[in-house]
Design a binder for this molecule. Structure first.
Ligand code: 9MJ
Length: 674
């Protein structure tokens, strides 16, 4: 009897481990999350009935221990290295020349090129395949024993996969990090709870690993990539760094999928440029790339200088965070009248460009960060994201200015500034009387995703409003050629092109038209859903909030924004004006067939899908007759859960509603189309 239970437990654990491996290492989930959860529950149940058979490496035993009083110290038998840095291409060439000089031969050198994760270096020890210790780097010789916290990271196996070359003792090193999405979510939660937020994912990861209570760590979205193993060459036939990474993967340890084997320093530079290009699309922060001589025998020959290897170097990206001074705080008025506090800065070079303005988002954010004129601040500019003030650097003894208060009047049009209760934003109440709002509305209307009027950029929109040639978007279609020609920097050709582009824009789609109107919180996706649901502007304009909420993506707030927008006589005039001047779109042919394959079925989409976006997914489901709604109820046919699903998944689970993965959805769409 006990034997058969034991067998069952072993089999269940093995099955779960196998799924973990597929999910974390291969990045190819082998079963839907609900099925996985069922296996975990089955294991928990069986273990609860037979507590004496619980093993330390069971997938249920990640968060076991009581809080610690202190972390014990953990020494590293092989020191944990630091890396030398290079910033420029010529320094990298010099690095390779030094290597060849040292080796006293001119051979071609291959490197592994690895994204340099901006997290925390850790060392993990496995004995007979079992995780026995996790430690921080510390000073390289001695770190802290964080085994209990390391065990809570789901992508770290508690037991390695069987392997013919499994070393009796294996020490592996890697970088623990917090994925960007997880970081955003954690901070959003903290903000809602009125708690302190983390400055960046690295600090969040560090703070999470430093928790004395592993239950806290378990709640944090931590992940890891491994990048080296010490001394494995002695027990295995591995002779290169690249092979050792493959070996780590075979053992079930996660290795960054971007890592490449590249020839010479030129190969390294190509990799650097490629990674710099995709940097923002990665779900983890990196601050550069690391090149390592691939051949382990050459690594040995090259050795170390103090604690840095001669065979590896970090090629750092331009800093994304720098310190500068706030000269002044100004308020900019946007399309919807929102006043955004903006810090005017002493210009600094950050993230590859010179920055002299950084957003403070809104008054709440500004006060929370307590940013004042004259302060030294950390500025962050990551990729295409607008530069923002991260925090003030407080200097003891330095007298500060008073904080800036919200203006009472709009800096553009002097209308009253209002704040709706419960909202963080303050707004100019001037509406289209305010030139800043008019400019914003026109820029938005003309933008690529809206009416797509080529040649009507920000500068020209400003000029048109300032010269009083247009006050609302309709006026665009009645422009006087002579007056446009008279504007600064406008020649005959550019004027003709502009007027032609404006004329061309009349032929549009319903979805672009809705988006172009600039209704608050109606982005491209919502506009597409609305266009799909309402076949023409009349039915959209007369819909009440309940009707609007039947549309995917439309909740009570957005529904209210829409009805409020259409209630305004001015907006009705604009819309009727646009239509009477000839703005038009092709009407959809209404299908009479009520018996489509998914008629009567209701789906809810949550999380991000990889192969198609949510709007496309909703459109395709609806084309098959399904309804797509935003809230889960007992009547929901199924919830499609992408990556990082929200509370809808939990609700579906609680209600026993079927849950589909992205591949289930694709299969459904495929099957139904067949
Ligand atoms: C990071 N941070 O991603 C190393 N690292 O190798 C990678 N760090 C490293 N390698 C030797 N990919 C010392 C540090």
């Amino acid at each position: 009897m006990a034997d058969s239970v034991k067998n069952k437990l072993t089999k269940l654990r093995e099955e779960i481990r196998q799924h973990n491996y597929s999910y974390y290492v291969l990045d190819e989930p082998s079963i839907p999350d609900v099925e996985y959860d069922k296996l975990m529950r089955a294991l928990q149940k069986l273990e609860a009935a037979h507590p004496s058979l619980i093993t330390k490496d069971s997938p249920t035993q990640r968060v076991g221990a009581q809080p610690l009083d202190v972390f014990l110290s953990a020494s590293h038998q092989v020191p944990m290295l630091s890396l030398g840095n290079v910033f420029h291409e010529d320094e990298l060439e010099a690095f390779e020349i030094r290597i060849k000089d040292r080796l006293k031969r001119d051979i071609n050198i291959d490197y592994t090129a690895e994204p340099k994760l901006d997290g925390l270096a850790v060392s993990l020890i496995y004995e007979d395949g079992l995780l026995v210790r996790g430690a921080t780097r510390g000073d390289g010789m001695t770190g802290e024993d964080i085994t209990e916290n390391i065990r809570t990271i789901k992508s770290i196996p508690l037991r390695l996969r069987e392997h013919q070359d499994m070393p009796k003792k294996l020490e592996v090193r890697g970088e623990v990090f917090m994925p960007k999405k997880g970081f955003e979510k954690l901070n959003a939660q903290a903000r809602r709870a009125g708690e302190k937020t983390f400055v960046n994912p690295r600090n969040a990861a560090a703070g999470s690993l430093r928790q004395l209570d592993p239950h806290n760590t378990a709640r944090r979205p931590l992940d890891i990539y491994f990048y080296s193993a010490t001394d494995i060459d002695q027990s295995t036939p591995i002779v290169t760094q690249y092979e050792s990474l493959g070996f780590l993967r075979e053992l079930g340890l996660k290795v960054c999928p971007e890592i490449e084997l590249v020839p010479g320093f030129r190969g390294c530079l190509n990799f650097y440029r490629r990674i710099l290009d995709v940097r923002d699309s990665l779900d983890y922060e990196i601050d550069g790339v690391v090149y390592k001589v691939n051949n382990l025998a050459l690594q040995n020959e090259l050795g170390f200088i103090s604690r840095a290897p001669r065979w590896a170097v970090a090629h750092k990206f331009p800093a994304q965070e720098v310190v500068t001074k706030v000269l002044q705080i100004e308020f900019q008025v946007g399309r919807t009248g929102a006043l955004t506090p903006v810090a005017k800065l002493e210009p600094v070079f950050v993230g590859g460009v010179t920055v002299s303005n950084a957003t403070l988002h809104n008054m709440d954010e500004m006060h929370r960060k307590d940013v004042r004129e004259g302060d030294e601040v950390i500025i962050r500019r990551a990729g295409d994201v607008i530069p923002e003030v991260v925090k003030t650097v407080l200097k003891p003894g330095v007298k500060r200015n008073k904080s800036v208060q919200a203006p009472k009047k709009c800096p553009e049009c002097k209308s009253d500034v209002v704040q709706i209760e419960g909202e963080a934003v303050i707004r100019c109440s001037g509406g289209l009387y305010c030139a800043a709002q008019r400019k914003g509305a026109i820029k938005h209307f003309a933008s690529r995703a809206a009416m797509d009027i080529e040649g009507l950029g920000d500068k020209l929109a400003d000029q048109l409003v300032e010269a009083e040639l247009i006050s609302s978007v309709n006026d665009l279609y009645h422009l006087d050629k002579g007056k446009v020609l008279a504007l600064e920097r406008m020649g005959a050709k550019s004027t003709d092109n502009l007027l032609a582009a404006i004329e061309e824009s009349k032929k549009t789609t319903f979805s672009r038209f809705i988006y172009a109107l600039g209704i608050r919180e109606v982005g491209e996706a919502t506009a597409a859903s609305l266009a799909d649901y309402f076949q023409d502007q009349n039915s959209l304009m007369s819909a009440n909030t309940e009707k609007l909420m039947e549309v995917a993506d439309v909740g009570p707030v957005v529904a209210q924004n829409i009805t409020a927008f259409f209630k305004q006589a001015h907006n009705q005039e604009v819309i009727n004006g646009l239509i009477s001047i000839g703005v038009a779109w092709e009407k959809k042919v209404e299908s009479k067939n009520q018996n489509k394959p998914l008629t009567g079925h209701t789906y809810v989409l949550t999380g991000s899908l990889e192969s198609l976006n949510r709007v496309d997914a909703a459109t395709r489901l609806k084309a098959l007759g399904a309804k797509v709604t935003s809230s889960v109820s007992k009547k929901t046919t199924a919830v499609v859960a992408g990556a990082n699903p929200g509370s809808k998944l939990t609700k579906a689970d609680a209600l026993g509603v079927q849950i589909l993965t992205e591949s289930d959805l694709l299969a459904l769409l495929r099957d139904e189309l067949d």
